[in-house]
Design a protein around this ligand. Structure first.
Ligand code: BTN
Length: 317
C-alpha cells in the first residue's frame, strides 16, 4: 500500500497499466488496492478515463530512513495510530524508558487536543508527533509547555515562517489562525521520577474546509500549490527541542521569558480567560518565571496557570 501511495504522491496522473507494471500486479489488482487505500487513509483519488489515477493533493510522505538519520532522538515512524501520545504512553507501560524517544505518525484516528477536544489528523498532510521524556527533576516541568511552544516557534521561524506567534499557554498562531498545538501528558509521580509525553500537532499541508475543527486554523502551506516537506519541519522542531531541553538553562523557563513574551501574539491585549464555567477579563501583562499568565484585572494583577484554562481576545479588544 505504501509503495502505491509513494508512486502517486507527486499528484500527477498515473495509468493503471503503468502502476500495475511497477508493482508487478494486474490492473484490476491496482484498482482494488486504490479502493483500499482510499478507505484506509481517507485520501481522495481522482480517476479519469484515458488518463489514470491521481491524488487530489500531492504529498510528501514521512521518510523513515532520513528521519532516523537526522533526528536527534530515536524515532518510531507509524503509518496509522489512534494518538501518538497514547502510543508513547503504551510504550512506557511495557518497559523502562531512560532516554527520550519520538513517535510520529502519518495519520491519527483519535488525535487528542487540550481540554478534551479531538485533533483532526488526516493522512500524510500534517505532522503528528510525541516526544517521550524521562524527567528526573520535577522542577523541570515548570513552564515546560511554554518552552516547547518556544522551540516549535524557533524552528518554524528558521524554516521560513517568521510571523509565527505564540498564544498562551502553548498554541502557535500564523496570520491569526492556529497553526500548531501542544498537549503535555504526565505519567508517574513527579516527586519520584516520572515521564512526560510532549505531543505536538502542526498543520502543514492541510487546505480547504475541515470538519471537526471548531476554531480558526491555518497551515504552513497557505495558498501554495507544492506541499511543504514535513520531514524537514519535523527535523527542525526536534532539533530546536533538543537544544532547548539540553541547554544549561534547560528546565528554567525564566531564562526564556523575555523571548517568549516578545513572541506573544496577545501581549498587552484585552482578553477573556475561561476557567471552566467562569470567565475573567483583563489585560495581558505577560507571564511569570513559571510560565503562569499575568493579567491586570480591574487594577489588580492576577496570575493564572493550569491546563484547563483557555484564552480568547475580548470582544472589545
Ligand atoms: C491542542 O489542543 O492545541 C493540542 C493539540 C495536540 C495535538 C498533538 S498531535 C500529536 C499528539 N498526539 C495527540 O493525540 N495529540 C498531540
Amino acid at each position: 500500500m505504501h509503495e502505491l501511495l509513494a508512486l502517486l504522491s507527486d499528484g500527477a496522473f498515473h495509468s493503471g497499466e503503468r502502476l500495475g507494471a511497477l508493482l508487478g500486479v494486474s490492473r484490476s489488482a491496482v484498482w482494488k488496492r486504490l479502493l483500499l487505500l482510499e478507505e484506509s487513509t481517507g485520501l481522495r483519488i481522482h480517476k479519469v478515463r484515458g488518463k489514470g489515477y491521481r491524488l487530489e493533493q500531492p504529498l510528501v510522505l514521512l521518510d523513515s530512513e532520513r528521519l532516523s538519520r537526522e533526528l536527534p532522538y530515536p524515532v518510531r515512524v507509524l503509518t496509522e495510530v489512534d494518538s501518538t501520545n497514547a502510543e508513547a504512553l503504551r510504550y512506557l507501560a511495557v518497559g523502562q524508558v531512560n532516554q527520550p524517544m519520538l513517535f510520529v505518525a502519518e495519520q491519527q484516528t483519535a488525535g487528542r487536543g487540550r481540554r478534551g477536544r479531538s485533533w483532526v489528523s488526516p493522512y500524510g498532510v500534517n505532522l503528528y508527533f510525541s516526544l517521550l521524556l524521562p524527567v528526573s527533576d520535577s522542577s523541570r516541568l515548570e513552564g515546560l509547555s511554554l518552552l516547547v511552544g518556544l522551540a516549535v516557534r524557533r524552528a518554524l521561524v528558521a524554516c521560513g515562517y517568521p510571523s509565527v506567534e505564540l498564544k498562551w499557554p502553548n498554541d502557535l498562531l500564523l496570520s491569526g489562525g492556529k497553526v500548531a498545538g501542544i498537549l503535555l501528558e504526565l505519567a508517574g509521580d513527579p516527586a519520584d521520577g516520572c515521564h512526560v509525553v510532549v505531543g505536538i500537532g502542526i498543520n502543514v499541508n492541510m487546505q480547504g474546509a475541515k470538519a471537526g475543527i471548531d476554531q480558526a486554523w491555518t497551515a504552513l502551506i497557505g495558498a501554495a500549490e507544492r506541499p511543504v516537506d514535513r520531514n524537514l519541519i519535523l527535523i527542525a522542531v526536534a532539533n530546536a527541542l533538543h537544544e532547548l531541553l539540553t541547554a544549561d538553562s534547560a528546565g528554567r523557563f525564566a531564562a526564556y521569558r523575555d523571548e517568549w513574551e516578545g513572541a506573544h501574539a496577545w501581549q498587552g491585549r484585552k482578553v477573556c480567560l475561561s476557567t471552566g464555567p467562569q470567565s475573567v477579563y483583563g489585560i495581558v501583562l505577560g507571564v511569570d518565571d513559571r510560565g503562569a499568565l499575568r493579567l491586570m484585572c480591574d487594577g489588580v494583577e492576577r496570575v493564572y496557570s493550569g491546563g484547563e484554562l483557555s484564552l480568547r481576545l475580548s470582544d472589545d479588544s
